[in-house]
Design a protein around this ligand. Structure first.
Ligand SMILES: NC(=O)c1ccc[n+]([C@@H]2O[C@H](COP(=O)([O-])OP(=O)(O)OC[C@H]3O[C@@H](n4cnc5c(N)ncnc54)[C@H](OP(=O)(O)O)[C@@H]3O)[C@@H](O)[C@H]2O)c1
Length: 278
C-alpha cells in the first residue's frame, strides 16, 4: 500500500483535508481512470472532480482500482447552476454519488456563484442538509468572492469550510485569502500552475528552481504549501504526477515566497465570478 504524502489540514467542522490533490479537468473518463491509481500510488489522497467535468465515473472507477480504503480518500465534487436550490443540491449530490459509486463525498462545492441567478444561498442551505444527513462530510464554495461568502454567512449563520479559487503567483487573491483566514475557511487553489508554460518559465521561478535543486513546477506548488493553500494541479502524465506532489521535503524562505507573490497580475487573468459560471 502506498504512503500518503501530504499533511492534513483541519477544517472548522473537525474533519481534515489533505493539503494536496489531483485536479481532474479536462481528463475524460478513460484518462482519469488510468491517472487516479497512479496518483494514489504516488501518495495522492485528494481528488477534485465536478459534474461539469463529465468524468466522475472514471474517477470512481480509478479510486476503486487503486484499492485504498474509502476512509483514506478525500473526494471533492461540484455541481452546476441548474441545481441551485435546497432540493436541487440534493438531486445533484445523489447523481454525483451514483456516478462516483460512493456513499458520501468528503467535500461538495457550489461550482460558481452565478450571482445573476441569485440562488447560491439556497444552494448552500441544501449543502447543509446534505451534511446533516451524512451524504457529504464538508460543505464549500468555489469561485466565491468575499461578498458572496459574507452573504452566505449572514443568511445561513454557517461558514463554508472550503472555498476553491483560481490561485497561483499570477493571481494571488489577497482579498480572498484574507477573508478565508479571518473565517477559518481552507482555500484550495485551482490552476495552481497557471496551466501553460509561462509561469514555469518566469526568471524568478527558474532561478529558485536552480537554487533549491527542484523543478519550476515544484517551486510554484511549494509556494501554495507555504501559504497554507491546498493546490490541485492536474496532470495525466505519471512522471509529472509524481513530480508535483514531491514538495513536502523542502521549504521556501519568506523572501522566496514574497518574490513569487510579486508576479501577481491582479485580476488580469481571472475568470470573473460575477459574470462567468455554469
Ligand atoms: N473550481 C473551478 O472553477 C475550477 C476551474 C478550473 C480548474 N479547476 C480544477 O483545478 C485543476 C487544476 O487546474 P488547471 O487544470 O486549470 O491548471 P494547472 O493544474 O495549473 O495546470 C495543468 C496543466 O499543466 C500541465 N502540468 C502539470 N504538471 C506539470 C509539470 N510538473 N510540468 C509541466 N507541466 C505540467 C498539465 O499537463 P499534463 O497533464 O500533460 O501534465 C496541464 O496541461 C483542474 O484539473 C480542476 O480539477 C477548478
Amino acid at each position: 500500500m502506498s504512503t500518503p504524502i501530504a499533511p492534513m489540514l483541519a477544517l472548522t467542522n473537525g474533519f481534515h483535508i489533505p493539503q494536496f490533490g489531483l485536479g481532474t479537468w479536462p481528463m475524460d473518463d478513460a484518462t482519469v481512470e488510468r491517472a487516479v491509481p497512479t496518483a494514489v500510488e504516488a501518495g495522492y489522497r485528494l481528488f477534485d472532480t465536478a459534474e461539469n467535468y463529465e468524468n466522475e465515473r472514471g474517477v470512481g472507477r480509478g479510486l476503486r482500482a487503486a484499492g485504498v480504503p474509502r476512509e483514506e480518500l478525500f473526494v471533492t465534487t461540484k455541481f452546476n447552476k441548474k441545481w441551485h436550490s435546497v432540493d436541487g443540491a440534493r438531486q445533484a449530490c445523489e447523481a454525483s454519488l451514483e456516478r462516483l459509486d460512493v456513499d458520501y463525498v468528503d467535500l461538495l462545492l457550489i461550482h460558481w456563484p452565478n450571482a445573476d441567478q441569485d440562488r447560491y444561498v439556497e444552494a448552500f442551505r441544501g449543502l447543509l442538509e446534505l451534511r446533516r444527513d451524512g451524504l457529504v462530510r464538508a460543505v464549500g464554495t468555489s469561485n466565491f468572492t468575499p461578498t458572496h461568502l459574507q452573504r452566505v454567512i449572514d443568511e445561513t449563520g454557517t461558514t463554508p469550510e472550503v472555498n476553491q479559487l483560481q490561485l497561483n503567483p499570477y493571481v494571488v487573491q489577497d482579498k480572498g485569502r484574507a477573508f478565508a483566514a479571518q473565517h477559518g475557511i481552507v482555500v484550495q487553489s485551482w490552476s495552481p500552475l497557471s496551466r501553460g508554460p509561462e509561469l514555469r518559465s518566469e526568471p524568478v521561478v527558474t532561478e529558485l528552481a536552480q537554487r533549491h535543486g527542484r523543478t519550476p513546477a515544484q517551486i510554484v506548488l511549494r509556494w501554495h504549501i507555504e501559504l497554507g493553500l491546498v493546490p490541485v494541479p492536474k496532470s495525466e502524465d505519471p512522471q509529472r504526477l509524481r513530480e508535483n506532489i514531491a514538495v513536502f521535503d523542502f521549504t521556501l524562505t519568506p523572501e522566496d515566497v514574497a518574490q513569487l507573490s510579486g508576479l501577481d497580475r491582479g485580476n488580469e487573468l481571472v475568470l470573473d465570478p460575477e459574470t462567468f459560471g455554469h
